[in-house]
Design a binder for this molecule. Sequence first.
Ligand SMILES: [Zn+2]
Length: 406
Amino acid sequence: MLPIDPQRMLADLRALAEFGKMGSGVNRRSLTPEDLASRDWLLKRMRAAGLDARIDGIGSVAGRTPGSRKHILIGSHTDSVPKGGWLDGSMGVIFGLEIARAYVEAGLTDDPGVEVISFIDEEGRFAGLLGSAVFAGKMDEGDIRELRDERGESLESALQSAGYAGRELLRFEPDRHAAYLEAHIEQGPVLETAGKRIGLVTDIVGVSRCEVVFTGQADHAGTTPMELRRDAAAALYAFADDFARFCRNEGSDRTVWNLGLVRLEPGAYNVVTQQASLGVEYRDPSADVLDRIRRYIVDHAGRLAEEHRVSAEVVPGAGILPNPMDESVLGHLEQAAADLHASSIRMPSGAGHDATMLAHLVPTAMMFVPSIGGRSHDISEDTREEDIVLGLKVLARAVERIIAPS
Ligand SMILES: [Zn+2]
């Protein structure tokens, strides 16, 4: 029913990878000159496909098939991390473009039609999942005005120089958007290890972050007796050790965590540490488990502070609630894979995706294709061409099933 053309899709995917090309990957952070050029290109490709398309006030690009009242939204992102891979995000957007193009070529005007979207800044130059958060109504113009990148450039000035500032924002429309589908590379080794070709995402895990700060007293590290020290670093090391043990024993079998940020002040061989802060990130599909870990962090930091004669503060950071995918849309993907005799497994997503922002608004589902060696967020990221093509076919088949249930 949908006359998709896998070779045309691959040609578009490769053309997109030319913007910010770096070796076998891309360096295309959102709103950089390379990214802006890729957005203009995408807009042109959407219009050439007969879609009603535009770039909005923060740089998200969307195009929809004309003539329909309701639309199935297919999307992802086309920005990359610094020195990222060519498929992360881009593949899902180009799948959407190909499916919308096929819909127009088939002369369809049924409900629902197809809308394709590239959400700006999923990778967080200014804020992770920025475009989908704005689309979902979780951020407004006031929030946008506050955002800066790590070098201090404001989002507002980047939007001004891009020429996007002041344009209307694309927003989720409950009367128009019937479902959200996102195809993405897995970015991990599960599919390859299991020898399966399609991953059916059951849920996107929640992510919690906080900063644990211990404050003691700087003293001479040679003359101050151990028992009199108020060593903030000692409290931090004990905390890091206990935290990992707690997560292993009391988390679920799906809990993962990372202690990837440490700051010690003043930070010297011969000075007892005055202040020690630890960035803590943990993920789990269950909100209860995340909450249990959060309570442990607060309680245990307090206990260790007392033990080490320092003070403790836990500063909450950004967080994303766990999001189960919609069973009926997931069922269409599962059946689509079966229709095409593609091996599939149900699996969670340990990475955040734009689908997270849509899941509570509209029936949402995601699918993965295998990543070679599980590599991603690196220029070495890749997927076998036959897996990319199969992914497109499964997604298109699922859209057909939603448009015309048989
Ligand atoms: Zn991505």
